[in-house]
Design a protein around this ligand. Sequence first.
Ligand code: SGN
Ligand code: CA
Length: 526
Amino acid sequence: MSKLTSTLLYSLTGAAAIASLSSCKSNKQAEPQKPMNVIYIMSDDHSYQTISAYDQRYIHTPNIDRIGNEGVRFTNSFVANSISGPSRACMLTGKHSHANGFINNSTTFNGDQLTFPKLLQQNGYQTAMIGKWHLVSDPQGFDYWEILPGQGDYYNPTFIQMNGEKIQEEGYATNIITDKAINWIENRDESKPFCMLLHHKAPHRTWMPDTCDLELFADKTFPLPENFYDNYEGRLAAQKQEMSIAKNMGLVYDLKMADKEKEISDGIYEYWGHEMYNGNRMNPAQKAAWDAHYAPIIEKFKKDKLTGKALAEWKFQQYMRDYLRVITSVDRNIGRVLDYLEEKGLLENTMIVYTSDQGFYMGEHGWFDKRFMYEESFRTPLLVRLPGGKKGDVAQLVQNIDYGPTILDLAGIEKPEEMHGESFLPLLKGEEAPEWRNSLYYHFYEYPAEHAVCRHFGVRTDRYKLIHFYNDIDSWELFDLQEDPSEMNNLYGKPGTEEITKELKAELKRLQEYYDDPIRKEFVIE
Ligand code: SGN
Ligand code: CA
């Protein structure tokens, strides 16, 4: 591939060029530009399937939808590495995992490196980070931060404060994180623009609902995804994974069947399940509400003695109900933030982002969790409301490495060269689309580890996906997303795919060079 044609990926102008373009575009008297605030709301493991702006099968999320309805819904939004810490590091640094160093959840983030909040802070923004952080080292670049230790707890969560002190708050995490965020905005220094990162713990495993939401969806039966009983034929890594609802989702731990007699047992983190649901985490009122809901379900579950498919499907239904209850609380709390901003007149000068650290499986392929470069976990929801900006869908391929450059662009700060991502601000403004990337690069490293998803890297175009699984496995997968959106039919090596395989391998190789991923020296694509 020649150097010229290799600009397939980018010919996007830098922030400075965009600024100068827009400054000479119009000769009408420009309104005095208020600096734009930013509220970046990110949940943990929130699937696009469970946001009604994307999918109406399961739940109605009016408040999250509002962000998209009054702004932009990205229909092709992806992460660079589908797991929490790494995804957060990509988002903060604008760089792929190999370059920011946080490749898996056992890494410690090098907080001395450049991040977009640091640049905003240096340029007069007031910055804050509240909620799940998950990068081990203390946050840097924030005037204020208050974070959950590790994954944090749903009930009566502990927070680490800037002085290193830990405090335990009474209540439910999603409400408390929202309270803290609103409180910080309310008491900020109004002479400066602000950027707040509001990071929910919800809806991360074990999907514990707030007491007021426990009865929701109780009578609902959700349709099983078509490929719930996938046998993973032709997909070796999928055969090795341990994220199956039937086999790896715990009755006690995940599905709250923590009976006092401890008769229900499947060996999956049971001790921790009993600690969470029968230990001292909840206060008496919370515990009473919890038991009022789950005790009759436990009793019936014991009586029914389900096995095989009936048990797998019961697990799926319980999982869906709890997950959607947790989403209901996220949606309600986003409504609180929007109402607050509206009341304070801040909707006019604040860009609001809603996203997740990655997607999640709602039973597709029989799974929960994420990690794979398959669509459900590679994609992530992305809704952005920019005052005065575009309303509608944006279909360009965007990735979480683009968030930093976009927010910097909005603040008029030039993107540092080391950032891999690109500003999609022009797309948000509805300006004539700049030439945009035609392919995305992905690299997942967390193996061996929980859920046993093999290491892999790959490339996705608007139609095709090529993945290479490596380490203790050496396999390729090729999917035609147009013909096979559920990625059930691995076409790699099949007659007739030679040409497209060659093209995708060349593109993958080019991306590894472009982003300078050292894996290309260990594994040469041929
Ligand atoms: C925990 C979960 C896993 C999950 C990882 C990563 N187990 O280890 O199911 O895949 O987090 O999730 S749990 O028993 O502790 O819930 S991530 O979103 O934080 O990366
Ligand atoms: Ca996550």
